[in-house]
Design a protein. Structure first.
Length: 87
C-alpha cells in the first residue's frame, strides 16, 4: 500500500468515527466526553488529510513516498484507528 493511500484511509476512518460519535447517547452532564472524542478524531482527520495532501504533491520517487518506515508508521496508525472505530 502506498503512503498516500494509508494517509487518506486514516483520514476517512477518523472522519467516519467523528460522524458516528454523534449517534452516542449519554446521561446528562457527560456530553463533554463525546465532544472531546469528536474533537480528537476530527483533529486527527484534518492532520492526516494534510499529510496525504503533502505526500500527493511530492514526486513518486521522493524518499517519503518510498520509505518503508513512513509506510509502517502510517499502517500502524491506520490499524489503530480502525480498531478504535470498531471497538
Amino acid at each position: 500500500m502506498s503512503a498516500q493511500f494509508l494517509a487518506w484511509y486514516t483520514c476517512i476512518v477518523l472522519g467516519l468515527g467523528c460522524v458516528l460519535a454523534t449517534a452516542v447517547s449519554l446521561a446528562p452532564g457527560d456530553e463533554w466526553v463525546v465532544i472531546l472524542l469528536m474533537g480528537v478524531k476530527g483533529a486527527g482527520a484534518v492532520l492526516f488529510a494534510g499529510i496525504a495532501t503533502v505526500l500527493n504533491r511530492m514526486p513518486q520517487d521522493h524518499w517519503s513516498n518510498r520509505s518503508v518506515a513512513v509506510r509502517g508508521a502510517l499502517l500502524s496508525v491506520a490499524v489503530i484507528a480502525t480498531l478504535f472505530l470498531v471497538g
